[in-house]
Design a protein around this ligand. Structure first.
Ligand SMILES: NC(=O)c1ccc[n+]([C@@H]2O[C@H](COP(=O)([O-])OP(=O)(O)OC[C@H]3O[C@@H](n4cnc5c(N)ncnc54)[C@H](OP(=O)(O)O)[C@@H]3O)[C@@H](O)[C@H]2O)c1
Length: 284
């Protein structure tokens, strides 16, 4: 909890994570400023300078998140995910702001057998992951006070995601093939938002790299079955392999995170993925 006078700017604040963070931050006593397209473009230095001027803490949720689109729009992906992060870092040094920057499991190639911790060497498979990794590195190199929180397999009310896609496909009534060789932890943005607020409490605000995901793990096909069972939707689901499902960008097969480091700063233990997902589905 803050003392009520602290101000948080959320860049990309109307996206999936930003929307849940707005609410959580207000509940934690922050005065919140929301900055997003079209009136705010993070690649525009004047916009960025103006956005952060009146805030103590800047959370950067803005990103070019179209993983497949990035393969043919590398320049835009770089400008938003990397160039803007560096500029944000430089401006934060000038004005002594604390930055919390959001990143992704796509910085890893997913070939590790087991969960990734923060010391693991990244090796992105595609343009999106590469630009997100460059963003992390460029921001860090500015020397600003910052933390980077990598999240994975997120879903929330304000965005298109695997959960909304499965529900939409189920309504089509056709049999579904869902990949069973990608493993991760479905993570609710509402839970991420609460964790970020814990991290941003005035007496914490650590610097460094953190991994955040729900506890436990599952493959996509099992996750789809969990969604359909919870919603009591009768869907004929069968497993397939990622290789059978052509996409422009290759995805990591293993997105599991070791979250011991961030857990030390959180008020509550990270919950198993099934609990927030069931709550999310019940509220639909
Ligand atoms: N979704 C996932 O599964 C996932 C997984 C791992 C990590 N992440 C990371 O989580 C963070 C939050 O993403 P999200 O899931 O909330 O995705 P999102 O809903 O796509 O949010 C990103 C926000 O950034 C905005 N944005 C894009 N270009 C911008 C620009 N030039 N200037 C200002 N704002 C811009 C988007 O606006 P428009 O919608 O108008 O483009 C959107 O509101 C990102 O760093 C992402 O890389 C997401």
């Amino acid at each position: 909890m803050t003392n009520g006078s602290e101000r948080m700017a959320i860049l990309g604040g109307r996206g999936m994570l930003g929307t849940d963070l707005q609410k959580a931050a207000r509940q934690h006593g922050f005065t919140v400023g929301v900055f997003d397209l079209p009136e705010f473009d993070i690649t525009n230095e004047r916009h960025l300078r103006g956005a952060i001027a009146d805030y103590d803490v800047i959370v950067n949720c803005a990103a070019y998140t179209n993983v497949d689109g990035a393969e043919s729009n590398a320049e835009t992906a770089y400008a938003v995910n990397a160039g803007a992060a560096e500029r944000l870092g430089r401006l934060a040094v000038e004005s002594d702001k604390y930055v919390l920057h959001i990143s992704t499991d796509f910085v890893f190639d997913g070939r590790k057998d087991g969960p990734y911790d923060e010391t693991e060497l990244p090796n992105p498979l595609g343009v999106y992951g590469r630009t997100k990794l460059q963003g992390e590195q460029l921001l860090s190199q500015t020397g600003c006070r910052h933390s980077i929180v990598r999240v994975q397999w997120t879903y929330g009310k304000a965005g298109n995601n695997f959960v909304s896609k499965m529900i939409q496909l189920a309504r089509g009534g056709k049999p579904l093939k869902v990949i069973d060789d990608q493993v991760g932890s479905p993570t609710a943005t509402i839970e991420v938002a609460a964790a970020l607020c814990d991290l941003l409490a005035a007496d914490r605000r650590p610097e460094g790299l953190f991994h955040y995901a729900a506890a436990g793990y599952v493959n996509r096909c099992e996750q789809a079955r969990f969604i359909f069972d919870t919603l009591k939707l009768k869907v004929d689901v069968s497993p397939c392999r990622s290789a059978d499902y052509a996409t422009a960008a290759e995805r990591p097969l293993n997105s599991r995170f070791d979250c011991d480091k961030i857990q030390r700063y959180l008020d509550k233990p990270i919950r198993p993925w099934q609990e927030p997902l069931a709550e999310f589905l019940e509220q639909l």
